[in-house]
Design a protein around this ligand. Structure first.
Ligand SMILES: NC(=O)c1ccc[n+]([C@@H]2O[C@H](COP(=O)([O-])OP(=O)(O)OC[C@H]3O[C@@H](n4cnc5c(N)ncnc54)[C@H](OP(=O)(O)O)[C@@H]3O)[C@@H](O)[C@H]2O)c1
Length: 266
């Protein structure tokens, strides 16, 4: 079913780049009222300007997903300005390029904060107004790595797996109260995600991986996210052939375990 996002308050984290940016433009074309968040003002201003050119209202709310107090403050600001959020897209995140044996616990905790807890904080802040209105849609951007573990991604895979536990439970509790929940599992999407992934030192990896380089476009990913939302899917896999790994693990586990050690992690 085609859902109208006209004049809906759509809050997207990680809106300064990649999938979040493409999603902002896709919602702008639908006439949504956008709230764009990340850490970088200049990049958000650039995205907001383009959204306005596409005919939508767009505001910026700066936040660092690693800092819980900033998230609470940002959500208070959004609720004070807009009253409620119709669609929250917990998209912002960082990937990882380091093996378990060499990764200090601080790196695991940082990835968990940015990729998992940030969404939990924002969800808990916007949910009461959604429940009061009897409607709202919460979208969480996971990964196919939220469905299976993968080399050099231990903390990232753990955070993405946690997303499934949290948002699936939320769906079970609240869908009968008008709250839609959609967990998006992209495969490889051509964005800066590998460049921005963190290594064992906590520094950016800085390399465009072969996988992301050959991935689908962020525009295609955004279109498919909105399609999954319109279909009220609880979980959606978006990407190319790599998506098969999800089905291999589910239906042909021996093949999955054989392949997962062979797929190049970069
Ligand atoms: N691309 C893929 O192949 C792929 C596959 C599976 C899942 N995903 C997921 O898709 C989501 C979007 O990633 P992308 O591919 O679009 O990568 P990207 O181009 O690197 O974008 C990441 C976004 O997250 C924001 N972000 C990162 N750390 C943040 C922090 N501490 N506080 C606030 N914002 C922060 C960045 O904004 P600032 O730097 O401006 O703060 C940026 O807008 C992520 O959750 C990622 O795990 C991507």
């Amino acid at each position: 079913m085609k859902v109208s996002y006209k004049d809906k308050n759509v809050w997207i984290t990680g809106a300064s780049s990649g999938i979040g940016e493409a999603l902002a433009y896709a919602f702008a074309r639908e006439g949504a009222r956008l709230i764009l968040s990340s850490r970088r003002t200049d990049e958000l201003e650039r995205v907001a300007a383009r959204c306005r050119e596409l005919g939508s209202e767009a505001s910026i709310v700066l936040l660092d997903l690693a800092v819980s107090s900033q998230l609470e403050k940002a959500a208070d600001e959004v609720l004070a300005t807009f009253g409620h959020v119709d669609v929250l897209v917990n998209n912002g995140g960082i990937s990882q390029r380091s093996i378990v044996a060499e990764t200090p616990i601080d790196v695991d905790r940082r990835i968990m904060e940015v990729d998992y807890f940030s969404g939990v904080v924002l969800t808990k802040k916007v949910l009461p107004a959604m429940l009061q209105r009897g409607k709202g849609h919460i979208v969480a951007v996971s990964s196919i790595t939220g469905k299976f573990g993968f080399s050099y991604r231990s903390a990232y895979a753990a955070a993405k797996h946690a997303i499934h536990g949290f948002y699936e439970s939320l769906w079970a509790e609240e869908h009968r109260n008008g709250i839609d929940v959609t967990i998006i599992c992209p495969g490889r999407v051509h964005t800066n995600v590998s460049l921005n992934a963190i290594t064992k030192t906590g520094e950016a990896y800085g390399i465009m991986d072969h996988g992301q380089d050959g991935g689908i476009s962020s525009e295609q990913c955004a279109r498919e996210i909105i399609k999954a939302m319109n279909a009220k899917k609880v979980e959606a896999y978006i990407g190319g052939r790599e998506i098969l790994m999800v089905y291999f693990k589910r239906y042909i586990p021996w093949l999955f375990y054989k392949l997962v050690t062979k797929v190049k992690p970069t």
